[in-house]
Design a protein around this ligand. Sequence first.
Ligand code: Z5A
Length: 234
Amino acid sequence: MATFDKSMDGRLIVFEGIEGCGKSTQLERSRQWLVTQGAEVIPTREPGGTSLGGEIRKLLLHTDEEPIYDRTELLLYAADRAQHVEQFLRPHLERGALILCDRYTDSTIAYQGYGRGLDLALIDQLNQVATGGLQSDLTIWLDIDVEVGFERMKQRGKRDRIEQASIDFHQRVRMGFAKLAEENPNRIVRIDGSGSELHVAEQVKAAIRQALIPNQSINAPDLSPPKSPKFGGL
Ligand code: Z5A
């Protein structure tokens, strides 16, 4: 198994949350802002950050003919991640890019662990195998009520396989993210996603600034300084 070289220059920022929390919207806003600051920013997502992953995504989200069993689902997310890390994330991080990723390992813990009830230790192991130890430098968890998320998705007319799961399921997923944030205060920042897009974007910006420019605040995540000056202008 490949292991992640922590001396890599790049940074991995992940956006997480329940459906409709606004992560895709905020990821794109952050991308646009970071580009204006002169950073090389690469957006990506899980599942589906590679061609192979795109096929896995179709299987995971749009299979209606037969049930996907919980362990099968878990393994498919892990396979998507293993491919994404090796083919996409590692090479870009080694070059020093700033990657914005829509969902990563915490989604598996929240959805398959807390949501489906699969063994958390097993999921940890699987995440380790799939990532070779590559963790996010910062994870932005956009927290909203399940009902608010449902309402937003209803307005957008989007329903896929997981989104059709019960309110209880999504409540458990949200609780999973809350537990993860509590256990990983240096890596995961909770942001209330229920405000206006602009208001949320300002908070996301502040969290990214703190992560990329260490010691800016005593609450900043504990990150080693980037070796390249490329993020210094934020
Ligand atoms: N999944 C899993 O189970 N295990 C794993 O390991 C991984 C994933 C990696 C697909 O994820 C599914 O994969 C997901 C979890 C599972 N299933 N569920 N549920 P996805 O990220 O591709 O899909 P999604 O969770 O359904 O997210 P989304 O469709 O991309 O939505 P979003 O990113 O959370 O929100 P958005 O697209 O930015 O916004 C949704 C709508 O709300 C849109 O109309 C916006 O204009 C609106 N919006 C956004 N922000 C606001 C604010 N602040 N106010 C009002 N309206 C807003």
